[in-house]
Design a protein around this ligand. Sequence first.
Ligand SMILES: Cc1cc2nc3c(=O)[nH]c(=O)nc-3n(C[C@H](O)[C@H](O)[C@H](O)COP(=O)(O)OP(=O)(O)OC[C@H]3O[C@@H](n4cnc5c(N)ncnc54)[C@H](O)[C@@H]3O)c2cc1C
Length: 418
Amino acid sequence: MIEWNEQHLMLQDAVRKFVDTEIKPNLEELEHGDTPPYDVLRKMVRTFGIDAMQRMRFEKQIAREKALAASGDGAVAASEPPRKAVEGEGDTMGPALQLIPIIELCRYCPGMVTAMGVSAGLTSAAILSKGTIRQKEKWALPLLTLEKIGSWAITEPGSGSDAFGSMQSSAKRRGDGYVLNGSKTFITNGPYADTIVFICKLDEGNEPRERKILHFVLDRGMPGLVQSKPLRKMGMHSSPTGQLFLEDVFVERERLLGESEDAAGRGGRAGAKATFSMERSGVAAMALGIVSQCLELCTEYARTRVQFGRPIGEFQLIQAKLAKMEVARMNLQNLVFRQIELSAHGKGMSMAEASACKLYSAGAAVEVALEAVQLFGGNGYMAEYQVEQLARDAKVLQIYGGTDEIQISQIARSLLSH
Ligand SMILES: Cc1cc2nc3c(=O)[nH]c(=O)nc-3n(C[C@H](O)[C@H](O)[C@H](O)COP(=O)(O)OP(=O)(O)OC[C@H]3O[C@@H](n4cnc5c(N)ncnc54)[C@H](O)[C@@H]3O)c2cc1C
């Protein structure tokens, strides 16, 4: 894919109109008020048929899995069959339908994308990749359509980058089920989530570092589960972030993803890593939205802001900023095109490639947004000119989904292992 086609551009235009009518007028409330972003997001997925598309894909996948299960190959049925590579151009519309709204929303409200991505992306993907058919039907489908809101909870006060090594949250067997304890922090949608994927270690009295990693699905309101209020933070204000506290939460085995402690060898660390990879590759589209918006705002400002009797766009130091922003925009767009192309051919990025993609994209978004603040001078520091918000929002791209430092070590490890 080397450029957007007509269908993509029509979708882009339609999403821009939606943003103009539904998001821009409510931006102040979404960013600084008490209104969570979910109703607007639900309206968006309905307007563009994203919910219907997700439902259709889900039903096809489940039908395939049921057929495989009926044929007696249960092990295969538990996993999503690998998609076949498509000859020729491939269908780019499916992936574009997911990425174009991300890009366009990120021009104004990257927090909404974070809230949506964690719910319909990460949380549902964790259930889809490890759950049984019954678990998928019960919990994943309502997340995919945004009927329900989800959280994916791995980070704890004492375990972030070393997510598995330092994890304290525990599951102990009791009768036919488990008793869960622990606390999670920085959890996107945590305050409002209906469905939570809680990741913890099975405590069998063995060494903590050797314990199995288990994933449980929790519902809002379960006895012993407390969801905090939203935490105050630097940016991404339209994405509620909170803490989760579990005290002796009893769960039946049916809430253990895969309903097996070994989850056919697909649970545990490998499952969480696949989720990281997905989260990382999505950052390019977010960064593209932020960078494109900064560039547009800066170009217009450079044309119209006059100092020393000339538009500031005539100063070479300002031109250099615009040129670097355009280089970042082109690189990010190419990364997004690659992602669409891979997906259209039934492929995805490797963990190392997704890490490289995230490292570059997050850095580009932060650099461009901070330069945009600089280009706007004092106005750039004022909320009214929007680049201030984009700079605050961009920063978290270098932190969540694995920090820059962790991406670097994963890329290097992959290079050195060959
Ligand atoms: C807005 C927001 C939303 C989030 N949403 C979620 C969510 O939905 N679910 C969830 O589970 N988590 C979520 N997180 C948590 C996020 O993934 C973690 O904050 C992140 O992984 C970093 O962990 P930490 O904060 O504990 O930092 P730490 O791991 O304590 O890192 C501190 C510093 O040390 C560096 N460092 C650590 N280890 C190494 C190393 N080996 N080599 C070099 N440097 C190192 C880090 O890069 C960082 O600079 C969210 C965070 C934020 C800010």
